[in-house]
Design a protein around this ligand. Sequence first.
Ligand code: ZN
Length: 513
Amino acid sequence: MLILAILLMPVMSGFSQSKDSLTVASIIKEATENSELEKLAKELLYGIGPRLVGSPKMQQAHDWAISRYGGWGISARNEKWGEWRSWERGITHIDMISPWVKSLEGTQLAWSPNTGGKSITAELIIIPDLADSLAYQQWLPNVKGKFVLISMKQPTGRPDYNWQEFGTKESFEKMKKERTEQTEAWRKRISKTGLSNKNLAMALEKAGAVGIVGSNWSSGFGVNKIFDASTTKIPTVDIALEDYGLLYSLTESGKKPTISVRADSKELGMVPTYNTVAEIKGNEKSTEYVMLSAHFDSWDGATGATDNGTGTLVMMEAMRILKKIYPNPKRTILAGHWGSEEQGLNGSRAFVEDHPEIVKNIQVLFNQDNGTGRVVNISGGGLLHSYDYLGRWLAKVPSGYKQTLETRFPGSPAGGGSDNASFAAAGVPAFGLSSNSWLYFSYTWHTNRDTYDKIVFDDVRNNAILTAILVYMACEDPAYASREKIVLPVNPRTGEPGKWPEQKSPTRKGGAN
Ligand SMILES: [Zn+2]
């Protein structure tokens, strides 16, 4: 028996090696020849659009995912984890009426009040530079009946890389110096009101302003970041840098421009909010899980194409491929499409809290959430033996799909940023698949330009292949991935020993105040 076993061993491992190679080849073939990425992207980003937590579109997206999974023979469910104030964007028109007419490029911020079914036309006023909070209290009545400009006018609409390429070194340096001084002066101006941004908006509303106008430039051509409003009765809009500069200058020079704003958003009360969870049952170790993860929600200045449409596409496409090529995995494969990541990892934190029986049996989790680019970075997340298994699984990925991939072991635990942090806090080997930037932070992240046309499908396809192979390897691995943590280094600032990030509870009832 002993001799037989020894003789069999190379044959067995030879068999499993060729089985792995065949599966990997089939995954690549399926992803390349029968890709559904473009189709899924069109349905999600053009057909549905933005996915703000609690909005009807978020619900539509959850239902769409269930139906797509169903079409591939994969069971999927929407799991309720909380409720949120439901807001639906309507038609918005923002126009300059005088001293000349121009339609302005602007966006009503999420959860901003509407304009009551009519257009509001009024003059503008700039937050002035006053001595202190008392002076601001005395000034406040001046905003009555006016739109208030609350952002600094940017000195240039050209991104730094453009100055660097075409400007002289001197003019670039001069611009940066002036901009830094101006930004600092504006920060002081706002701080002298004695109010936070949120409380300032509320104070302006209370003093009778008819609307708040800001401009949150994202340091690139034509890009602004679009978040949520702090007002409860009057509309808040963001205006593109170019148009904001126009309004600001005309106001500053006493030309008394007027603008007209109409915003027809709807309030739909509190609604249940969900995660979509898809599942391919394991046949040998069905109570152990290999998990794919990507948040499903977005901000709604655009359509959330790269935050996190692309992460969503990667995970759905990987699931589709796995179901076709590897329909009977050893471990159960789960895909988590989380709700409300943008307001604080809420969907994934809720899943971790609600499913301790799953969380303690997760072999590994892969999350993707930083844009359309190829995965170029994986960190071991502070797990002592992460190199062993990640290294083993990555070894099976053909070199063409990991050409620019760098790994860092053992790395340090994710404290936040995306949903892998929710799982890492609970001790799960949860890793972020980190993408090449494509100028993500200036051009698409939370901006009005995060749209389908920014997707680089070859890179997304690369990531779907990489993910599917890693998931396959993690399912097949006879060993259960070690969760042993490194001893974290002493915090140089406090001198205290490093602490593993703590598991946090989600906000289960959002936007209600
Ligand atoms: Zn994101």
